[in-house]
Design a protein around this ligand. Structure first.
Ligand code: PLP
Length: 479
């Protein structure tokens, strides 16, 4: 590179001034509002080919700052083609990652303040609002009192369910080894248990925590795709006989393939006989507990050592925000707290404040509590209940149509808002439905396999999905 490139006269400052920000910020809000209005008109799935987005963008970073209009035209002309529209009411894939106006405004304010709340002292409001939000949500879901900060436990916002489960796995490992790995490295001989339908994040956590995939038992499920507690008991006993220590059981409330509901109470009783940690993953379905009529899904939760649900899936809060609760917050601190002179403060030493850096893997942390605060204050409990119930009712409507259709059959119970079905003629016919729907551009479905058979999944949980979208989807399904 020629050095004289750097000898051009330079301005005093390259920053965006508050006035420019005011103008560009207002334009951005307008852009997002127009996107919200028009999102339904985009094909839900992006159709770009691998490499297509990158090939249209500058291969090297610019030496000189560029005009903002040029940046935004690349957003319009290149980036938008590569967007899969998770905020489209025709999005029924995976589990939704829904969002809402108040959540976006919360993100904006968090970025505007740019705080980093690793310790209470680095932004007291970030810590105290987070503790309050975790208590609010525990109250909204009617979680057992031990998960409240007023008791021995408490909650923390992790980035994702995968991280929440990893932290739970690490806590289980420490409990099983009496914190030995903190001191002298891993001890072999631990075993963990989850159902054959559990999310892949469980196995990832088991690997990362050094327990090892070979020591993870995938317990069989019944015909509702729920873990069989008797099989769990057998697997744990077999491991004890073989000299292993059962350290962790992960139960799922709402499995990813079918929304299977593991019976927490029976599983918890089995786990307790071996003094194993019980972690409950309710990443999607936990939000349903905001409605009293769905709280039975949490029956037995008082037996759990930790619990997670993802407001960033079904609670109108954009990714990322995973609510992770523990019954014993002292264990978290014991496992994670590493003192360094530069992190010390009188408030931390006093023991009167929470330093969330001791409740998570990373040190730095975003001010995620703001968007939860905005969402909960905007909707109120009744607003969230209204939309959760509406999603469930729409899914029930779809499930009923499937039940009545001579060529389709439900492949799993559809008790909440996931409808799994297949064509009676077999896999090719089921796959053809998915392809027809997805190539239409108006909806996006994903699939799973159950008993080795192809199954189409419809998750009804996008913020703006209404009856007319379900009617439209049904027409596509039935061709
Ligand atoms: N647990 C369950 C039951 C899930 O369905 C998912 C994702 O869909 C996860 C965990 C992982 O979620 P995250 O992306 O927040 O890690």
């Amino acid at each position: 590179m020629r050095l004289d490139r750097y000898l051009v006269p330079m301005p005093d400052s390259y920053h965006m001034t508050p006035d420019e920000f005011r103008q560009r910020g207002a334009e951005m809000v307008e852009w997002i509002a127009r996107y919200m209005e028009r999102v339904e008109s985009y094909p839900v799935m992006s159709t770009v080919k691998p490499g297509e987005v990158r090939s249209q963008l500058a291969p090297h970073p610019p030496l000189h700052g560029e005009a903002w209009d040029d940046v935004m035209s690349d957003v319009d002309d290149v980036i938008m083609a590569g967007i899969t529209h998770w905020q489209s009411p025709g999005f029924y894939a995976f589990f939704n990652g829904n969002s809402s106006g108040p959540s976006i405004l919360g993100e904006m304010l968090a970025a505007g303040l740019g705080t980093q709340g690793m310790s209470w002292v680095t932004s007291p409001a970030a810590t105290e609002l987070e503790t309050l939000m975790m208590d609010w949500m525990a109250e909204m879901l009617d979680l057992p009192p031990k998960f409240s900060s007023h008791s021995t436990g408490g909650g923390v916002i992790q980035d994702t369910a995968s991280t929440s489960t990893l932290v739970a796995t690490l806590l289980a490992r420490e409990k099983a080894t009496d914190y030995a790995s903190n001191r002298s490295g891993l001890e072999p001989g631990l075993a963990a248990y989850t159902s054959a339908q559990a999310h892949s994040s469980v196995e990832k956590a088991i690997r990362l925590a050094g327990i090892g995939s070979d020591n993870l038992r995938l317990v069989a499920v019944d015909d509702t795709f729920a873990m069989r507690p008797a099989d769990l008991a057998q697997a744990m006993e077999a491991d004890v006989s073989a000299g292993l220590t059962p350290a962790l059981v992960v139960a799922t409330v709402g499995t990813t393939s079918t929304l299977g509901m593991d019976p927490i109470r029976q599983i918890g009783e089995v786990a307790a006989t071996h003094n194993a940690w019980l972690h409950v993953d309710a990443a999607w379905a936990g939000t349903a507990a905001i409605c009293p009529e769905f709280r039975h899904l949490h029956d037995g939760l008082e037996l759990a050592n930790s619990y997670l649900f993802n407001p960033h899936k079904w609670m109108f809060t954009n990714v990322d925000a995973s609510a992770f609760y523990v019954a014993d917050r002292a264990g978290l601190k014991r496992m994670m707290s590493v003192s360094a002179e530069y992190l010390r403060s009188a408030e931390s030493e006093s023991g009167e404040v929470i330093d969330y850096r001791d409740w998570q893997i990373s040190l730095g942390r975003r001010f995620r509590a703001l968007k939860l605060w905005f969402v909960i204050r905007h909707y109120g409990i009744e607003g969230i209940q209204h939309h959760v119930r509406r999603h469930v009712a729409l899914a029930q409507d779809l499930a009923e149509r499937v039940r009545r259709h001579p060529d389709l059959e439900l492949a799993a119970p559809a008790d909440l808002n996931l409808v799994c079905f297949r064509h009676v003629d077999g896999d090719a016919a089921s796959e053809a439905i998915l392809e027809r729907v997805n190539s239409s551009g108006t909806a996006y479905l994903t699939h799973t396999k159950l008993d080795d058979r192809y199954v189409v999944r419809v998750n009804v949980g996008q913020t703006h999905t209404e009856q007319r979208h379900i009617d439209q989807l049904w027409e596509l399904i039935t061709g």
